[in-house]
Design a protein around this ligand. Structure first.
Ligand SMILES: Cc1cc2nc3c(=O)[nH]c(=O)nc-3n(C[C@H](O)[C@H](O)[C@H](O)COP(=O)(O)OP(=O)(O)OC[C@H]3O[C@@H](n4cnc5c(N)ncnc54)[C@H](O)[C@@H]3O)c2cc1C
Length: 352
């Protein structure tokens, strides 16, 4: 995979007793490859005596519009492995193996009004979006941020400074479990009512996400209109690249003709166009990787949105979709890791 690089930790900032930010130095020859959008994440390779390594995604808490260097913020997960390893081992000067920025939790229009929900370390991509919206857009931003107690609020000071700088555009509500108990759907609905026409972005543990979705359902905001980043540990390890065994590769030398078992796909990727046979039971990403193409991917489970591409012509279907909302589906976007062909000829583009 050519999307793997080593970058140096420039600074480690202690955010709370349980969370650190890692500020990276990007060498000048990689600047272009590490350009990112607010809401995207890096995938870090963490060494392990047991498995060689594990891969974990960490959202960028920095904003390309306001911060000089890409930064991720990692909170210790109780009983976890990688998050503790990072907090205990990385220091200024450490080299970290990472994948280039990826992900689809990214607003396309900065002039919208935003309503943002975060809990715990879920603030990481949300603060990147919040800072970017304030710096580049003209809309209002309302943040609902849930934490266990006052000491566990990550970026408390930064949020206060932003509120002082943008008092007319930014609303910040801290919901502390120690003072008010867990948020409830009714509480969420009451808080969100004035913001119900805003674009919704949500990141936090599953229980919190479910509560927010139930709360927003009271306001007739359907789940499929909510942009959500779901934190989970990868089961696959994209650093240990393996080419899936596709029986079809044996016949690749033959002229490409759609058949009962095989469609054809034209793929725009990194400025080049490729035409390949696409077995009707194989997922698009597997086909591309089997042909040695450097298609972007991280989780391969439909969650992270890294392998998103646009269907330009032809018909496809997805086996699973946790990353794309209705609006994106109607624009023809699909997740290569879950996509099968429905028509004989399909044209997809990763170059957007
Ligand atoms: C898109 C995305 C963005 C994210 N952004 C953030 C973020 O900004 N901040 C943040 O804090 N988190 C973020 N996460 C969550 C993060 O990726 C991890 O899931 C989280 O840090 C927990 O990882 P962990 O290894 O500590 O815990 P777990 O994954 O719960 O650790 C337990 C797992 O590690 C395995 N394990 C235990 N010991 C070892 C060993 N020695 N070797 C190998 N495996 C072992 C166990 O078998 C078990 O599977 C994000 C996740 C996603 C998908």
């Amino acid at each position: 995979m050519t999307r793997v690089h080593q970058i140096k930790v420039r600074e480690v900032v202690s955010e709370t007793a349980e969370a650190v930010s890692l500020i990276f130095d990007i060498p000048s020859d990689l600047t272009r490859r590490f350009q990112y959008s607010p809401g995207q994440f890096l995938t870090l390779q963490i060494p392990s005596d047991r498995t060689g390594s594990v891969a974990r995604c960490y959202s960028l808490s920095s904003s390309p519009h306001c911060d000089d260097r890409p930064t991720v913020t990692v909170k210790r997960t109780p009983g976890g492995y990688a998050s503790h390893w990072i907090c205990d081992n990385l220091t200024p000067g450490s080299l970290v193996t990472v994948l280039e920025p990826a992900g689809n939790f990214v607003p396309r229009n900065w002039n919208r009004d935003f309503v943002l929900f975060a809990a715990g370390s879920g603030i990481t991509p949300v603060i990147s979006i919040l800072k970017s919206a304030l710096a580049t857009g003209r809309g209002k931003v309302a943040l609902f941020y849930a934490n266990r107690d006052r000491d566990s609020i990550i970026f408390a000071r930064r949020l206060q400074d932003l509120f002082r700088a943008y008092p007319r555009r930014l609303t910040v509500t801290h919901w502390l479990e120690s003072e008010r108990g867990l948020p409830t759907p009714r509480g969420i609905a009451g808080w969100a009512k004035p913001h119900r026409h805003h674009d919704v972005y949500l990141c936090g543990p599953q229980g919190f996400a479910t509560t927010v979705k139930h709360g927003l359902a009271h306001l007739r905001i359907p789940e499929r209109a909510i942009h959500q980043e779901e934190y989970r540990s990868l089961t696959d390890n994209p650093f240990e690249h393996h080419t899936p065994a596709l029986a079809v590769l044996a016949t690749v030398a033959e002229p490409i003709q759609p058949s009962l078992t095989t469609a054809t796909v034209t793929v725009d990727l990194d400025g080049e166009t490729h035409r390949l046979p696409w077995p009707r039971t194989e997922k698009l990403l597997d086909v591309l990787l089997a042909h040695g193409l450097d298609a972007p991917y991280v989780c391969r489970e439909s969650a992270c949105g890294t392998c998103v591409c646009a269907v330009k012509s032809g018909r496809t279907r997805m086996l699973m979709n946790e990353a794309l909302i209705d609006e994106e589906l109607s624009q023809g976007l699909t997740l290569a890791c879950q996509t099968l062909p429905e028509s004989d000829d399909v044209h997809v583009s990763f170059d957007q």
